[in-house]
Design a binder for this molecule. Structure first.
Ligand code: IMP
Length: 200
């Protein structure tokens, strides 16, 4: 099996990517297994941040690397919080991340705003080596709208406020298999797998 390093410390992502990439003869290992510290994410696009994370992991391990970058883009806020989704309410870099504070800021920003359209974005980048001139890039979007009152206990982040059109449910109310099928990450991953199947 070929080793592939995942540029993330998230155990859920490791399990999911590991299961899905096993048929392609990839053994997915976390970057922490190689003492790779988290990469900086200084860019203003998901794509650039995902490339930076994958390149960093490939550079430090000498192995092919997979990275993802994701976030929520709200139409009336010009695409914010976007790449700052995880840190939206942080006043200083050393303040811990907080979903509750991020959600409070989102609702405050949307107070009195009628246009509630928003979408999640996920970008995946697979680099065969740190100097790969043609990494595999896959992207998924999930469109919905932001509501004022949270519902549901599943998911994470902005999910209790993200209403999925046609279901009457928030993402936090969906069973997790359903979220994985519909989500931005699920769609990006399906695209990545299709590219691998096609021999990319
Ligand atoms: P990351 O790409 O896993 O670091 O996620 C970036 C941030 O975007 C998260 O911390 C959340 O704030 C937000 N986000 C990304 N995907 C989701 C999702 O599926 N549900 C809720 N929030 C998400």
């Amino acid at each position: 099996m070929k080793k592939l390093v995942l540029a993330s410390g998230n155990a859920g992502k490791l399990r999911e990517f590991g299961q899905l990439l096993a048929p392609f003869d990839f053994e997915v290992l976390p970057q922490s297994a190689f003492n790779v510290p988290e990469a900086a994410e200084p860019h203003i696009t998901f794509l650039e941040n995902a490339i930076a994370k994958a390149r960093h992991a490939a550079q430090l391990t000498g192995l092919p690397a997979l990275a993802d970058d994701s976030g929520l883009c709200v139409t009336a806020l010009g695409g914010a919080p976007g790449v700052f989704s995880a840190h939206y309410a942080q006043l200083s870099p050393d303040e811990p991340k907080s979903d509750a504070k991020n959600n409070a800021r989102l609702l405050a920003d949307l107070a009195g705003v009628a246009d509630r359209r928003a979408h999640y974005v996920a970008v995946l980048v697979l680099m065969r080596s740190a100097d790969d001139p043609q990494p595999i890039v896959a992207e998924g979007e999930w469109h919905g709208e932001i509501i004022d009152t949270p519902r549901g206990a599943g998911g994470f982040g902005y999910d209790p406020y993200f209403l999925v059109p046609g279901t009457g449910l928030t993402v936090a109310e969906l069973p997790h298999e359903e979220k994985n099928r519909l989500s931005h990450r699920g769609k990006a991953l399906a695209q990545l797998l299709a590219r691998l199947r096609a021999g990319a």
